[in-house]
Ligand binder design. Sequence first.
Ligand SMILES: Nc1ncnc2c1ncn2[C@@H]1O[C@H](COP(=O)(O)OP(=O)(O)OP(=O)(O)O)[C@@H](O)[C@H]1O
Ligand SMILES: [Mg+2]
Length: 264
Amino acid sequence: MWIAKHFRLSQAYSELESLAAERTAELQKLTQRLLKLQDQERRKLARDLHDTTGQTLAALNISVSVLQEQCKEMPAILAMVAEVARHSEQAIEEIRTMSYLLHPPLLDEVGFACAAEWYIEGFAKRSGIDVRAEIPSSKGRRLPRDVEIALFRVLQESLTNVHRHSGASEASVHFQQKADAVILEIRDFGKGIPPEHLRLLHGPSAGSGVGFAGMRERMHELNGTLQVKSDAFGTSMRATVPLYAMQHSVVGNSGDVCAMFAPD
Ligand SMILES: Nc1ncnc2c1ncn2[C@@H]1O[C@H](COP(=O)(O)OP(=O)(O)OP(=O)(O)O)[C@@H](O)[C@H]1O
Ligand SMILES: [Mg+2]
């Protein structure tokens, strides 16, 4: 009697376990699909912003310059037109930054290393955080597109977290491209993640935020890992993605192209 009951209980338990594993796998698939859709949507939004509002503002800017020429003899009107010109320049800059942050064209054109340099430079300017970057040039060797996007999103989210949560005035980004893997490490010298919060981040729910869970899922999809270390001296995020022989591609020498395209 007791044995039969025990048997039924352990059977129910293992059924529950496999149901939970199934649900976890489904949830993981759904998250990965959502992240892909989010990337596509960001890319589309970036292009639309650039091609519609960005172009309208560029046209406005041309008309304003013509107007400025024609108002040379009318100082009162000229001052107003100059004000309009300043606003339109600012709007162009804002739309361009917004569009590039949604999906930097550099990422598609010349790859992760250049896009990362550009992003870090802009981030340092906007946040006032001093970021030391060690990102060797890829020498024209491109990573697979999904790896480049995932690494870029990890960089973006980690630095955003540094700005929002760490209180650090200094951070560093280190990127290494080996034959069989790429490693991206973002470190800050801030207050660190409280231990109880860190435990949550390591658990299945990844805490309350979406950022960490998203980074972890992106790595998971590429068979990579995301390691978080944190103490009272700061936090480090280390993303490692294995590379397989088939994934490499050479797209010519992008050498100085980085400087040519770099916005801001
Ligand atoms: N560099 C950091 N320094 C200190 N605390 C951090 C750092 N990065 C993350 N955290 C802590 O870990 C938590 C989870 O980060 P996560 O990115 O998942 O969420 P979030 O930034 O709060 O919200 P979001 O969903 O907008 O990203 C943060 O709320 C913060 O408490
Ligand atoms: Mg976050």
